[in-house]
Design a protein around this ligand. Structure first.
Ligand code: HEM
Length: 183
């Protein structure tokens, strides 16, 4: 199958747009879900406070410490509320077939990631916010498993994954402990 991005050109403005709106949307949805599920909020807060103890500043190394609940919350938020819910359009370069469907040359293909994240064939209780579902499965958001592709996959997948996740984690550290951000 040969598919290419319909719009291949990115400038600096697109970079800011790609990086800020998406990350902030993830942050807002995660917070909204935590407010709706106070017991999960408490778990995340306690875990972060345990890691931070009485440290005056969040350091990058703190983000690498085990932070189970927060990582699970981020994954589950990306499943239920993918910030780029229809991902980026692709265009077929030649006649091709996807899952039995004929796709002629130059057809725009749109992937509904929002629907994938709520597909009952793929997910148990798909409408429920259950971060702990990720404890028993190896599915990650890095583009290796097609059940969870909020950053898409392949060579043109999002290059900002690590930056986005670190930004959200950093926000929760600062918010939960009240300590200053990293220098
Ligand atoms: C939660 C946050 C983010 C989400 C959900 C997200 C999602 C995506 C998606 C779905 C694509 C399309 C990938 C494809 O077509 O295969 C993309 C592309 C891109 N993203 Fe992100 N992104 C996020 C954060 C960021 C950040 C923080 C940056 C930069 C600092 C960034 C920079 C880019 C760029 C430059 C592209 C275009 C890549 C290319 O076409 O080669 N993104 N992102």
């Amino acid at each position: 199958m040969i598919l290419t991005k319909a719009n291949n050109v990115f400038d600096l403005k697109d970079m800011f747009e790609a990086g800020t709106d998406t990350t902030f949307t993830l942050l807002k949805w995660a917070m909204a879900e935590l407010i709706r599920h106070p017991h999960i909020m408490k778990e995340v807060q306690e875990e972060i406070r345990e890691i931070m103890k009485f440290k005056p500043k969040v350091e990058e190394s703190d983000l690498h410490k085990i932070q189970h609940s927060l990582q699970l919350v981020i994954k589950e938020t990306l499943r239920l509320h993918p910030p780029a819910s229809l991902l980026l359009q692709r265009e077929s370069l030649e006649n091709t077939k996807i899952q039995g469907y004929d796709i002629p040359t130059k057809t725009r293909v749109i992937i509904n990631d929002w629907a994938i994240g709520r597909d009952p064939v793929l997910w148990e209780d798909p409408e429920d916010f259950l971060p702990k579902r990720f404890l028993n499965i190896t599915i990650d958001y890095k583009g290796h498993e097609f059940e969870l592709i909020p950053f898409e996959a392949g060579r043109r997948g999002c290059p900002g994954i690590m930056f986005a996740i670190a930004s959200v984690e950093h926000y929760y550290y600062t918010d939960s402990t009240g300590v200053c951000p990293v220098d």
